[in-house]
Design a protein around this ligand. Structure first.
Ligand code: ADP
Ligand code: MG
Length: 277
């Protein structure tokens, strides 16, 4: 270590995880909110970046959408810094950069500006270099829209790794190869450090033998990439967003909350192994 390095504060860059799957309704947003909450609960400092025009991650955290609100749209378009749109979720160590409906137009508008695939990566880098933004995030979770569009490409270009929620249903694996191909393409051109952190099975219903069959099939294809933790289908998980709360706050004891706590520790363990490697 050089003398200059010794003088500098030893801040580690945030781990940036993109929650991606071009299928809608597979649990991306639910996982962003609840994994984020579980990570914050064990002392990590977390920023959720809402990249879906639907804004379910923002509303699910109880963040009211206001007219004229500055959002991730303005960040991507270079009209606002990330630090100026971030709001507190009210949960210690958990912040959110909300989205607004403006994002619906971002795809087209982005295609015409420079560094169109790196807008999010650049914004996160500026945030981390900004001494006025007092907070240092250990995790940034990017909640992607249900499409492999430029918004998702921005998340993949910024990310260290992808986390893929996969719903335990018959066509679970359909579309996954397309997603993995996109990840490989981004890794080969835009972002060489990108890897797949893991695949999380969501909405597992143990009363339905199909769920078990799908889980076995997915594990036989993807092996270790699939987390041991499986998120059960749990009505408390689906009720929580209408109360503007993560399920961990809505009902800490329920099976869904407990599963997200286990997933967080599995992810932290994987991150430690990756860093040590
Ligand atoms: P995506 O972001 O991939 O579109 P969501 O996270 O919004 O998916 O989930 C889709 C729907 O399924 C939402 O209504 C959500 O509340 C519900 N849901 C997600 N995970 C669970 C779960 N484990 N148990 C019950 N409902 C769930
Ligand atoms: Mg979503």
């Amino acid at each position: 270590m050089s003398f200059a390095e010794k003088l500098l504060p030893q801040t580690q860059a945030a781990r940036i995880l993109a929650l991606a799957n071009q299928k809608g309704g597979v649990g991306k947003t639910t996982t962003a909110i609840n994994l984020g909450t579980a990570l914050a609960a064990v002392g990590e400092t977390v920023l959720i970046v809402d990249l879906d025009p639907q804004g379910n991650a923002s509303t699910g955290l109880g963040i009211q959408r206001r007219p004229q609100q500055r959002s991730t749209y303005h960040v991507l378009m270079g009209e606002a810094e990330l630090s100026s749109v971030i709001v507190s979720s009210g949960i210690p160590r958990l912040d959110c950069a909300p989205s607004t409906m403006d994002l619906l137009g971002a795809e087209l508008e982005l295609s015409e500006i420079s560094r169109k695939t790196y807008r999010l990566a650049d914004a996160i880098q500026r945030l981390e270099a900004d001494p006025r933004h007092g907070k240092r995030y250990s995790y940034v979770l990017a909640d992607c829209p249900p499409s492999l569009n430029l918004l998702t490409i921005n998340a993949l270009s910024a990310a260290d790794a992808v986390l893929v929620p996969l719903q335990c249903e018959f066509f679970a694996l359909e579309g996954l190869s397309q997603l993995l191909k996109t990840v490989e393409r981004v890794k080969g051109s835009l972002n060489p450090k990108l890897s797949v952190q893991g695949v999380v099975l969501t909405m597992f219903d143990r009363r339905n033998s199909l769920s078990e069959q799908v889980a076995q099939d997915v594990r036989s294809v993807l092996g270790d990439k699939v987390y041991q933790t499986v998120i059960p289908r749990n009505v408390r998980v689906s009720e929580a967003p209408s109360h503007g709360k993560p399920v961990l706050l809505y009902d800490h004891e329920c099976a869904g909350s407990q599963a997200y706590i286990r997933l967080a520790s599995e992810i932290i363990r994987r991150e430690r192994d990756l860093r040590a490697a």
